[in-house]
Design a protein around this ligand. Structure first.
Ligand code: 13P
Ligand code: SF4
Length: 299
């Protein structure tokens, strides 16, 4: 299967981009694996005519928005992030009316329709850097409430308007279970994604995106870590740090949508170059502006 995937990739001029939450077997054969910011940047740099995305729909959409001339294929078109839909477009219009100076800051974990209504996109690794550069006093941060609160806490000079979106995977990591894991491994450092709830973030030793968590653990002198994010990151953590120990805190740190991506589906998508991401051009142009603004401000 792996040999066949490699052959098809060459034959059909395809680059495979994968997120750290997909299965380790898929990460292993991808050309590039990364966090959402890295993957958005990479999608703009690659030279192949076709991009096969191993991740959820908003990631494939972002690759298409940034690369209208390329064919973007999803390994599974049903792999979707529930949080990407968790803001009402009417609510964005209401907030704009209520606060005329507002900047609508949109986490990339959002649909193209939501991005098209926003001023700038952010990812978990660049949100602070991007929002700091905005002149606006009011920030409507959508869709994720937890990431919004994490950023807002570090920027008391701005007034945040919150939305109630969340990631069910990170929300299921609860403080009591993290503390239990810490009791079992008192020497461990707690590394946490900012999509986790505030009480988990507060007891953590480090908070960052998937790549930042991997980089932190790799550079650290510590040898034991409690990981508060989706279990897909264990593949890269263990590859890079075979001598270190990584623990999860429960059995719910598992994104069912990311785990829809299998080697079989990768092979099928390479054979047919389907399912392709298609998007209305007006929508693409509108959604492109906040993504390009993010790439510019996050530099
Ligand atoms: P990052 O890889 O950018 O940290 O994103 C986490 C995530 O939830 C993606 O779905
Ligand atoms: Fe969405 Fe959470 Fe899954 Fe990421 S881990 S794709 S934010 S549901």
């Amino acid at each position: 299967m792996i040999e066949e995937i490699k052959r098809l990739k060459e034959e059909k001029d395809v680059v495979i981009l994968a997120h750290y939450y997909v299965d380790g077997a898929v990460q292993e054969l991808a050309d590039f694996v990364g966090d959402s910011y890295f993957l958005a940047k990479k999608a703009k740099e690659v030279t192949q005519q076709n991009i096969l995305f191993c991740g959820v729909s908003f990631m494939g959409e972002s690759a298409k928005i940034l690369n209208p001339g390329k064919r973007v294929i999803m390994a599974d078109e049903l792999a979707d992030c529930p949080m990407a839909h968790m803001v009402d477009i009417d609510r964005i219009h209401e907030v704009r009316k209520e606060y005329p100076d507002v900047a609508v800051v949109c986490y990339v974990n959002s649909t193209a329709e939501i991005k098209a209504e926003s001023d700038v996109c952010v990812t978990s690794s660049n949100a602070l850097r991007v929002v700091e550069k905005l002149p606006n006093k009011h920030i409507f941060f959508i869709p994720d409430n937890n990431l919004a609160r994490y950023i807002a806490k570090q920027m008391p000079e701005k007034e945040f308007i919150f939305n109630d979106g969340f990631c069910h995977v990170h929300k299921s990591i609860v403080k009591e279970e993290v503390l239990k894991a810490k009791e079992l491994h008192p020497e461990a450092l707690i590394l946490t994604h900012p999509e986790c709830t505030e009480d988990v973030v507060e007891i953590s030793d480090f908070v960052g995106s998937t790549s930042e968590i991997i980089d932190f653990a790799t550079a650290s002198d510590a040898n034991v870590f409690i990981i508060c994010t989706e279990v897909g990151v264990f593949y890269e953590l263990e590859q890079k740090n075979p001598q270190k120990k990584f623990y999860s805190v429960g059995h719910r740190q598992f994104c069912p949508n990311m785990k829809r991506i299998t080697l079989e589906k990768v092979k099928d998508a390479l054979e047919t170059l389907q399912p392709e991401v298609v998007m209305d051009e007006d929508m693409r142009v509108k959604a492109n502006a906040p993504l390009e603004k993010m790439l510019e401000l996050a530099k």
